[in-house]
Design a protein around this ligand. Structure first.
Ligand code: PLP
Length: 408
């Protein structure tokens, strides 16, 4: 008899995006003439940078010729891309990361989800609330949590992101071993200062803990005093793994390319309390279960580190940030409390009512789709997430509709 992993049965159905889609379909059926504006799902809307398209085409042509064809590449990624990442994303900011510490992959979603395999099931995990869902769900699947009651899984230490702490969770009061952090944050758009991040690094050192730092949105940081990488904090290399993605910075959501940084000195402990380097464990896992990102995609990613590539990706980010600024000004004018939108493409608005009621009101009265905050965790109730990923024209229309609907 084939028996199943019953931890999967503990998973809560992810109703969020299917519920949104259901409500949107019902609205469109009743109102076929309304041009709905979707500021919900965090997917980019603009084409890839020209440099990436050129590099893509060239690499595809190389694949057509026996002399330049490439088959399996290195599982960790081609040296040309790993080196460009190390130099441009880290060493240019004083973070001493080498190409060998970078593992190119097909997504930060897979990497943030898979990394927990390296650790035992009896560790204490700390997960932000609200948060990107895959951190929690992958730990549930692994059996690292108890059942779900009162909106939370037993055995997990939730790190509340609330108005009172500026949506930057405070250090846990109890000991934890594995800590998920995401800045700029999805869904709240909040950012973390160097001092705040240093406190987490110090906590990890003092507690022999490990930080999983998701920096998928670092490209949106405009304030240069904010850390883009956890490795800008002294000592972080021993206690932190960082996840990055080309999805939002360069529009690769459909192209798929990301990377994970596992520094050589980053360590965990075996059952005898002996230090074990995580780099070699992740390398082993990566080589056993992953066969590399396609060559043309890696060339397309490499291209964004050229001078014109940097200018083009900056343009992309600036475009979305102009949308975010318009959302922020509108929310301020309307007198709503919000966070994000300054160094992040997400704006987290306090709707002062149930998340889904606010969502329904915006859908039915303004024809604007957002994401109800409750879908990201218990602390998200009362909030909605507005995404800046759309055309400026659409965001302008959406904001004037919100002004009409929400003026009070
Ligand atoms: N991490 C966060 C916080 C995200 O919001 C997302 C995507 O929305 C991802 C990771 C996934 O990135 P990727 O497209 O590289 O899988």
């Amino acid at each position: 008899m084939i028996t199943i992993n019953e931890h999967y049965l503990k998973l809560q159905k992810s109703y969020l995006f299917s519920d949104i889609a259901k409500r949107v379909r019902a609205f469109q059926k009743k109102n076929p003439d309304v041009n709905l504006i979707k500021l919900g799902i965090g997917d980019v809307t603009r084409g890839l940078p020209g440099v990436s398209i050129d590099a893509f085409h060239k690499a595809v042509d190389e694949m057509a010729e026996d002399t330049t064809f490439r088959g399996y590449g290195p599982e960790q990624g081609y040296e040309f891309l790993r080196e460009a990442i190390a130099v441009n994303d880290f060493r240019s900011r004083g973070a001493d990361i080498s190409a060998e510490e970078i593992f190119v992959s097909d997504g930060a979603k897979c990497d943030t989800g898979n990394i927990q395999e390296l650790f035992t099931n009896d560790i204490k995990i700390a997960i932000p609330d609200p948060s990107y869902p895959s951190y929690l769900d992958t730990n549930v699947m692994a059996g690292r949590t108890g059942d779900f009651t009162d909106g939370r899984y037993k055995g997990v230490v939730y790190l509340d992101g609330v108005k009172e702490n500026g949506f930057v969770p405070s250090l846990p009061e109890e000991h934890v071993d594995l800590i998920y952090l995401c800045f700029p944050n999805n869904p709240t758009g909040s950012t973390i200062t160097r001092e705040e991040l240093k406190a987490w690094v110090d906590y990890a050192k003092d507690n022999k803990a490990l930080i999983l730092f998701d920096a998928a949105y670092e490209a949106f940081i405009c304030d240069n005093s904010l850390p883009k990488s956890i490795y800008e904090i002294e000592g972080a290399k021993e206690v932190a793994i960082e996840f990055r993605s080309f999805s939002k910075s360069a529009g690769f959501t459909g192209t798929r390319c990301a990377y994970t940084v596992v520094p050589k000195e980053c360590a965990g402990y075996d059952s005898n309390g002996k230090k074990q380097l995580i780099h070699s464990l992740w390398n082993r896992r990566h080589c056993t279960k992953f066969n590399g990102v396609s060559y043309p995609v890696q060339r397309a990613a490499e291209a964004i580190y050229s001078d014109s590539g940097k200018a083009q990706t900056k343009n992309l980010v600036d475009y979305y940030m102009k949308n975010a600024a318009l959302v922020c000004t509108t929310m301020s004018k309307l007198g709503y409390d919000y966070v994000g939108g300054k160094n992040s493409p997400y704006i987290w608005v306090n709707g002062e009512t149930d998340s889904w009621d606010f969502f329904d009101m915006l859908l039915n009265k303004a024809g604007v789709v957002c994401t109800p905050g409750a879908g990201f965790g218990r602390c998200g109730n009362g909030y909605i997430r507005i995404s800046a990923f759309n055309s400026y024209e659409n965001v302008k229309i959406a904001m004037s509709r919100l002004t009409e609907t929400l003026s009070r």
